[in-house]
Write a protein of this length. Structure first.
Length: 429
């Protein structure tokens, strides 16, 4: 089903949703695409404004670069490009908050134009970030007016790209900003119904002011906080009773559903309840690379048992060394003494390690690990010890005991509960 069809089906009363893969890691992308192909579904893959922008982001990729990476993997995995939905998440002045509003918004407009021109058809307009000299927090009026600027540019680019009929927009934001919490979580309060209504009203007014009064049917989702969150050590679980009033806000909006961010590590039951409660778009990000790290570390332990010391990748040690040498991506998040920081670097839910996998030394160690294990037979008892779920699938004859197959399947373990929540009646499962 197409993205717009899924939203329409949900609004028509079906218990259906779509999960959003928010990662630029090639192994995660391959696992996601392979999972969608196995399930016979579309896959929604989103790049964030941090990862991918007109200058390359922290991945070094522009929107066309990221699109081609996804398409290449889809071609290799046998998934039609028509079943790929590309999205841009948190598009706005996030990357340029230290600049004055005019400069930041010029770049933000160019950013959304680049995404739309490259054929991305799910665009999150997020201007909730305060720039230099702005009030903090930003007002609803300012955020909506800036979103309208971006919307106009996106519509122009989509018309040139031939995607005007397909493109859909998401408005609103979440707590925290992209990248996650910088402090330990306390109690999380759901967005109030009144605040959600104000967000809708201010955006509708702003769109009308720039001559886009007919755009509203293309606004497909509203981001609000259903009180689901995680920090580096704790998960705040969804409670359906806490969103009873909030859920009524979209009752009179025929094209709008809720989008839930930071749903990583929610239980399968919570994910299913979120979809039932009209959070029809479930976003997952660090949870994917958390499983990737678990899979890689498990394979590294297996390598320790099978490969001579001088030939090992020493992946875990290389990761630790590089994170300590270049602490800028984790040090403001992981407080405490040296041991607490070490545990957080390696095992945190927020998974700041994900920023380091593109490092050349890590890529080299990772490649050596996979090569070492591809050249030996992994004993089943070792597989049972370090990758027990994959062991069961190998025993059942549905999974190969190769390092790549094992790693991709371990990442798919983070996707399976999302697929079950969004497509509960899928007969391929």
């Amino acid at each position: 089903m197409k993205y717009s069809d899924i939203i329409a089906a949900h609004k028509a009363g079906q218990t259906i949703g779509i999960y959003s893969i928010c990662s630029a890691d090639p192994t995660v992308l391959r696992a996601s695409i392979r999972h969608a192909a196995a399930d016979g579904t579309s896959v929604l893959i989103e790049a964030t404004s941090n990862q991918v922008d007109q200058f390359g982001g922290y991945t070094g990729m522009t929107p066309p670069d990221f699109r081609e990476l996804v398409y290449q993997i889809a071609d290799e995995e046998g998934l039609s490009r028509e079943d790929i939905i590309l999205g841009g998440d948190h598009l706005g002045p996030n990357r340029w908050q230290k600049e004055d509003p005019q400069s930041a918004m010029e770049k933000a407009v160019d950013l959304v134009r680049a995404y739309a021109a490259a054929g991305y058809t799910k665009i999150h307009l997020d201007c909730s970030f305060s720039c230099k000299g702005d009030p903090f927090p930003i007002t609803d009026e300012i955020a909506a007016a800036r979103a309208a600027q971006m919307l106009k540019a996106s519509e122009e680019a989509a018309a040139e790209a031939g995607t005007s009929e397909q493109i859909r927009y998401v408005i609103g934001t979440e707590v925290p900003v992209p990248g996650g919490h910088q402090e330990e979580l306390g109690e999380i309060t759901p967005t109030s119904a009144e605040a959600a209504k104000t967000t809708l009203a201010k955006h509708r007014e702003a769109f009308e002011k720039v001559g886009l009064s007919n755009i509203w049917p293309k606004i497909s989702a509203l981001v609000v906080q259903p009180a689901v969150e995680f920090d580096h050590l704790k998960v705040v679980d969804y409670k359906t009773e806490g969103t009873r009033e909030l859920r009524t806000v979209l009752d009179d909006e025929p094209t709008l559903v809720f989008e839930a961010h930071s749903t990583d590590y929610q239980t399968p039951q919570n994910l299913a309840q979120l979809v039932k409660d009209h959070w029809a778009i479930l976003k997952v990000g660090p949870g994917l690379t958390f499983n990737l790290r678990e899979g890689l570390f498990a394979l590294a332990h297996i390598e320790d048992e099978l490969i001579d010391p001088e030939k090992r990748s020493n992946l875990r040690e290389v990761v630790e060394t590089r994170m300590v040498e270049e602490p800028s991506r984790w040090e403001i998040y992981y407080t405490g003494d040296e041991d607490e920081q070490r545990i957080a670097r390696r095992y945190s839910y927020s998974d700041r390690m994900r920023y380091y996998w593109p490092d050349e030394q890590l890529k080299s160690a990772r490649a050596k690990l996979m090569e070492n294990l591809a050249n030996v037979e992994i004993p089943l008892p070792l597989l049972s010890q370090y990758l027990p779920l994959q062991y069961e699938r190998v025993r059942e004859g549905i999974l190969e005991a190769t390092p790549e197959a094992l790693l991709i399947d371990r990442v798919r373990d983070s996707i399976r509960p999302y697929a079950a929540a969004c497509y509960p009646d899928n007969e391929t499962r």
